[in-house]
Design a protein around this ligand. Structure first.
Ligand code: NAD
Length: 269
């Protein structure tokens, strides 16, 4: 894989990409990989300390942190202004920020349902609405939305979440159609289980035994997933890179499942 910051042969040389939810998990790996491939990245998140630290590590020529709550219109305006101020333009967006809540539908409080919609679905909409005109003004570019395998199938106890992820695919398809004339491609990644704090909250719990938590996760996905393991955030980042770079130049409006084969069929082994 190229490294544009060193030798000018990266897959994203010259690009300027905002990645939301980039302080940790998949977004962090997307920011790291995009920077390694020559992009300048804006690390956008509500976790200020972690986001600042990542931007600092990537270096001032390459990265900026911006505090962005994806459900806030004002934060989006400010994030675009910061990006243009730092790097002159924006021609890429990865709508990655998201939250997950577990609850049976009949027990889900309205506030919880609306909170998940506000971040996952409204956040994605606001990102497209605010950033697409800027990408168009820069001559074109890409938007990658983060859906989920629950955008394509059901899963008990994540009703609010699954509803938003289905909605993100709808937004992806419509945006692809409406923005094609501005030379903007819009696609979605649909991860299965990926090893981040969202799937494995023990990662955030200082009292948890990481080995024990890791072993429980490994045992679970060995049975559930044909490839026999949970996914890595770097693997999702590689897909986001493909959809952001020119290797996917003729692809728009599509969901891309990355799940170790989980959705391939019903397992009896
Ligand atoms: N981990 C998985 O198994 C999995 C599977 C399918 C889809 N996804 C999706 O991938 C994306 C990334 O999740 P992750 O697994 O890295 O989880 P994560 O919880 O580690 O990361 C999510 C990031 O989003 C940020 N965030 C939350 N609310 C925000 C808001 N209002 N504004 C801005 N940032 C906000 C968090 O601070 C965090 O940095 C999410 O959209 C998630 O739904 C994850």
């Amino acid at each position: 894989m190229g490294n544009g910051t060193d030798n000018g042969t990266g897959k994203l040389d010259g690009r300027v990409v905002i990645v939301t939810g980039a302080a940790r998990g998949q977004g962090e790996q997307e920011a790291r990989l995009f920077a390694a491939e020559g992009a300048r990245v804006v690390v956008a998140d509500v976790l200020d300390d972690q986001g600042e630290a990542l931007a600092k590590e990537l270096g001032e020529d390459t990265a900026r942190f911006v505090h962005l709550d994806v459900s806030s219109e004002a934060d989006w305006q400010a994030a675009v202004a910061t990006t243009k101020d730092a790097f002159g333009k924006v021609d890429g967006l990865v709508n990655n920020a998201g939250i997950l809540r577990f609850n049976e539908l009949v027990n889900t409080p309205l506030e919880e349902f609306q909170q998940v919609i506000q971040v996952n679905q409204v956040g994605c909409f606001l990102g497209i609405r605010t950033v697409a005109p800027e990408i168009g003004a820069a001559g074109g570019g890409t938007i990658v939305n983060t859906a989920s395998y629950t955008a394509l199938t059901g899963m008990a106890y994540v009703g609010a979440y699954a509803a938003t992820k289905h909605a993100i695919l709808g937004l992806t398809r419509v945006a692809a159609m409406e923005l094609a004339a501005r030379n903007i491609r819009v696609n979605a990644v649909c991860p299965g289980a990926v090893d981040t704090p969202m799937t494995n909250p023990a990662q955030l719990d200082p009292a948890a035994d990481p080995e024990e938590a890791g072993a429980a996760v490994a045992e679970l996905y060995k049975k559930l997933v044909p490839l026999g393991r949970i996914g890595k955030p770097t693997e999702v980042a590689a897909l986001a890179l493909f959809l952001t770079g020119d290797d996917s130049a003729y692809i728009t409006g599509q969901p891309f499942v990355i799940d170790g084969g989980w959705l391939a069929g019903v397992s009896i082994i």
